[in-house]
Design a protein around this ligand. Structure first.
Ligand SMILES: [Zn+2]
Ligand SMILES: [Zn+2]
Length: 98
């Protein structure tokens, strides 16, 4: 019986750290790298809106949602409501009353 060390069906080896992972793991349990061949579903919610091609440069240089302070030009995260450097309010932030 040489089956002892055979991989269980569906198991896979991490291409980064070579750890054997279970079939149900979609990421390496050790290094969190993606399962080889595991297709990550790309969010296509904005696919229809990308036909215009405008703001391509902006999309390229900063993560979606990030914003640049118009006062000191520091780049802030999307969740920041004011500039981390000068505390200027995020442009376009409207205090809408409900
Ligand atoms: Zn790994
Ligand atoms: Zn600022």
């Amino acid at each position: 019986f040489g089956d002892k060390f055979k991989q269980p069906k569906g198991s896979w080896n991490c291409s980064v750290c070579l750890l054997q992972n279970k079939a149900e793991d979609s990421k390496c349990v050790a290094c969190q790298s993606e399962k080889p061949g595991f297709s990550v579903p790309v969010t296509s919610s904005s696919a229809s809106a990308s036909s215009g091609g405008f703001l391509d440069l902006d999309k390229f240089k900063m993560p979606e949602g990030n914003w640049e302070c118009e006062v000191c030009l520091v780049q802030n995260k999307a969740e920041a409501t004011k500039c981390i450097a000068c505390e200027n309010a995020k442009p376009g932030t409207k205090a809408e009353l409900k």
